[in-house]
Design a protein around this ligand. Structure first.
Ligand code: PHE
Length: 472
């Protein structure tokens, strides 16, 4: 057996620090911004159900595997894969998984920071009372004026990237840990306040039934221009991709956090907790947003602007709305911040390990590159906007939508597929048992079956169906 490695970048102070940091990575714009809008675009209940199934049988097993690989390798994802491949005497090409992950993280962060900038802008707007008494049309036009102004978007994007670089440069313990300890619980409480508000709108039941009543026919069949119905697997791919995105899986973020995990912590239990909290936050966000959408006659499928066009209406009409509203967008910014950090951490640790640069230098350069690419996303919403169709949806923000589809729906599921294959088929059974600290009992066997067969086949099947190789 390989000797035990130590991380070069420090360790979490304990199990809770890991749980908080990994939850900080998982809970972010994915839960509060993206989950509601893609659920809206894909018709609600059936999509939510497919997403929940993906979390349970693909997301959680792969999360366990990814944390496990990280803790065993104790290096940046690239070097972790290289070491583990050597330990297990398999092909060194597995290190390319680390490469692909770094590229995915870089691409995701480039647009993620722009959207986080919207949240930041809304913090100040709400605090200034811009939404007091606002109508649905008013909220929509305030959003439209923000995204049509590249200079403003650039300013907020820049501020958010600077915030991210500062925390990453300071390192795991002092930087990351502190940021999450209080902010996550506070965000949770605020979501409950919003759900409370939604309960008092006339459309709470309608919102809930949109979210939880599945209509599979509408999910799988799309009507084309000629009025003919076609079977499509597109929405299933979107749900699968989102399961990876929301749990931060498939690109090394959870792997690098796992590499800072103390020896004895139970990976299975902590992974389930993290996935559980992440799912809860997403469902609460949906329960807050859809009643507001329906009560105000808004469009559930209106796309990436959805929360920015709906929640301000709620804040504009509740008591102390400017206070709650600004607090909400502040916390959303924090949630995005703790996710952004984990998107860039694999690349930063790799630069430190392989290029002998210090953390500050690595963070600044990785940050500048990401910032530059972010400009493409900014322009996607205005000067460079064009539309195309994907999974039965009209996507209106050209390159931004393409980056999102490429990363969330293709790169992350593929990364996850290879993580599952490595843990399930390349590592010895005994290495899995050792690192998970488990006995070869039912619990282990269930996970091992999921990771060897169910997760890889499910991902492969969805891909093949989307490509149209297999038609059902
Ligand atoms: N999980 C984060 C969110 O839901 C986004 C993310 C994806 C973070 C991939 C890290 C890696 O907002």
């Amino acid at each position: 057996m390989a000797e035990k490695r130590e991380s070069l970048h420090g360790q979490w102070s304990g199990r809770w620090a890991f749980i908080l940091a990994a939850t900080g990575s998982a809970v972010g714009l994915g839960n509060i911004w993206k989950f509601p809008y893609i659920t809206g675009e894909n018709g609600g209940g059936a999509f939510v159900l497919v997403y929940l199934v993906c979390i349970a049988i693909i997301g959680i097993p792969i999360m366990i595997a990814e944390v496990m690989l990280g803790r065993r390798g104790r290096r940046s994802p690239l070097n972790t894969m290289r070491h583990l491949a050597r330990d297990e005497q398999v092909s060194p090409h597995w290190q390319y998984l680390g490469w692909a992950g770094m590229i995915a993280g870089f691409l995701i962060l480039s647009y993620y920071a722009v959207i986080a900038g919207w949240a930041l802008a809304y913090f100040f707007r709400t605090a200034a009372g811009a939404f007091t008494g606002v109508t649905a049309d008013g909220a929509t036009s305030i959003f439209a004026s923000l995204v049509s102004d590249p200079e403003r978007l650039l300013a907020w994007h820049t501020i958010f990237m600077v915030m991210t670089i500062i925390v990453v440069a300071r390192g795991v313990r002092s930087g990351l840990e502190k940021a999450v300890r209080y902010l996550m619980p506070a965000l949770f409480v605020l979501l409950l306040v919003l759900v409370g508000y939604a309960m008092n709108t006339a459309a709470f039941d309608e919102g809930l039934s949109f979210l939880f009543t599945p209509d599979f026919h509408a999910l799988f069949y799309k009507v084309d221009d000629a009025g003919v119905e076609h079977l499509t697997w597109g929405p299933v791919l979107v749900a699968l991709g989102h399961a990876f995105f929301t749990l931060s899986l498939g690109m090394g973020a959870i792997m690098i956090y796992g590499s800072y995990l103390p020896e004895r912590t139970s990976i299975v239990k902590t992974s389930m907790m993290i996935a559980g909290m992440d799912t809860l936050v997403a469902l609460l966000a949906g329960m807050a947003i859809f009643p507001i959408v329906f009560a105000n006659g808004l469009e559930a499928g209106s796309g990436p602007g959805l929360i920015f066009q709906t929640l301000p209406i709620a804040f504009g009409h509740m008591p102390a709305g400017a206070f709650f509203g600004s607090l909400f967008f502040l916390l959303l910014t924090f949630a995005a911040w703790t996710s952004a950090i984990s998107l860039i951490e694999p690349a930063v640790t790799w630069m430190v390990e392989n290029h002998g640069v210090n953390r500050i230098y690595a963070s600044v350069w990785a940050g500048i590159a990401t910032w530059l690419l972010g400009i493409v996303t900014i322009l996607s919403f205005n000067k460079w906007a064009f539309s195309f169709e994907f999974a039965g949806q009209v996507k209106e923000s050209g390159i931004f939508d393409m980056l999102d589809i490429l990363t969330a729906n293709i790169m992350l599921p593929l990364g996850g597929l290879f993580i599952a294959l490595f843990a399930g088929w390349q590592m010895r059974r005994q290495s899995n048992l050792d690192e998970l600290n488990m006995k070869d009992g039912v619990g282990f066997q269930v996970w091992y079956f999921l990771i060897r067969y169910v997760s890889p086949l499910a991902v492969a099947l969805v891909f093949l169906n989307v490509i149209g190789v297999i038609t059902l």
